[in-house]
Design a protein around this ligand. Structure first.
Ligand SMILES: Nc1ncnc2c1ncn2[C@@H]1O[C@H](COP(=O)(O)OP(=O)(O)OP(=O)(O)O)[C@@H](O)[C@H]1O
Length: 315
């Protein structure tokens, strides 16, 4: 997998959103959602994106789907076609359309096939995702959450994408249904040689599904590597805390972080390492900007953005 060709790549991508304007209406304050993301997605892999709320995961998904443009840097789709599966199938499916039209909608805009041919195609896709022929003429409200997500997956497949962005694809589903949907996604990836970008705050879903994982903090990737390596030996202090923190009601997301430390906002980006103010390993050297460099475990492709935890920096 590490030698697989690249499906798409991002080079030093920045995205900022205007959040305030001067008296002439010109933006003068920004939310810095992505701050230099460099990343490639390989053909046939599942790349996981993890990080706490507000780190830029949705902005990254929207960028991949062409819904937001980089303010700086380059996004090269390399000719790949992309589709997305959203978290909540309840709101992502048009309630007025029957299942077969929902499934074929992404291609109906471009193709002039007759409705009989489209329906036949929908039947094949429905069967591949575990729906039955009699489901084709029903409407979304007649289905359970898991079945609706199967419809959303069939819909994404109908456009024959190279890459599917999975934005929290199972977090709206009952635990018992989550595994079925994840297994279905795994089977479809193998059958169709798809690439997935799996965005999730659920570390165990990423561990189960992904070949590689990228950890985001305040719009930057702070660690990337084979999922096995990152989970076995997390290098960046943020990743360590993220993996150690067990979500509990009322508990802070990062339990190892002292509670009197300030969470830096993305309107005034910190100098140096973005995680510095919350980091248990912070030293004077963290006041300098941190570059991605090989993590100290000598595993090829395992990189992190921390001078304390890296072999040497690639400046
Ligand atoms: N359209 C927008 N206008 C202003 N700020 C935005 C906009 N979209 C995102 N942001 C800001 O950019 C940052 C990243 O947001 P994003 O939604 O990408 O994070 P996230 O990791 O997906 O969070 P969550 O898991 O809560 O959805 C946040 O601080 C957010 O407030």
């Amino acid at each position: 997998m590490s030698n697989a060709p690249t499906a798409l790549s991002l080079d030093d991508v920045h995205v900022r959103f205007p959040v305030a304007a001067d008296w002439r209406g010109r933006p003068n304050r920004y939310a810095h959602a992505l701050n230099g993301v460099t990343l490639n997605v390989r053909k046939g892999e599942t790349l996981g994106i993890v990080g706490e709320s507000g780190c830029g995961k949705t902005t990254l998904a929207n960028l991949l789907m062409g819904l937001v443009k980089p303010t700086r840097g380059c996004f090269d789709r390399g000719g790949a076609s992309l589709q997305i599966v959203f978290q909540d199938p309840q709101s992502s499916l048009d309630p007025r359309l029957p299942v077969w039209k929902l499934i074929m909608e992404p291609v109906m805009v471009n193709r002039r096939s007759g409705s009989r041919a489209l329906r036949a195609q929908a039947a094949v896709l429905a069967q591949q995702v575990g729906l039955r022929p009699e489901h084709l003429d029903r409407y979304p409200h007649e289905f359970s959450g898991g079945q609706r997500q199967r419809i959303a997956i069939a819909r994404a497949l109908s456009a024959e994408p190279d890459v599917i962005v999975l934005d929290e694809p199972t977090s709206a589903l009952d635990i018992s249904v989550q595994a079925q949907i994840l297994n279905l996604l795994q089977e479809l990836r193998a059958e169709r040689l798809l690439s997935y970008v799996l965005i999730s705050h659920n570390v165990s879903v990423v561990r189960h599904m992904c070949d590689r994982v990228a950890v985001m903090y305040l719009g930057q990737i702070v660690e990337i590597g084979a999922a096995l390596d990152v989970f076995a030996a997390p290098a960046h202090p943020y990743t360590r805390l993220l993996l150690e923190s067990v979500p509990r009601i009322g508990a802070p997301f990062l339990e190892g972080v002292p509670q009197d430390t300030e969470l830096p906002g993305n309107r005034h980006l910190p100098q140096g390492c973005f995680f510095r103010s919350r980091c248990p390993l912070a030293t004077a050297g963290c006041e300098l900007p941190q570059a991605m460099a090989e993590a100290g475990d000598s595993v090829v492709g395992h990189k992190c953005r921390c001078h304390v935890r890296c072999k040497k920096e690639e400046r």
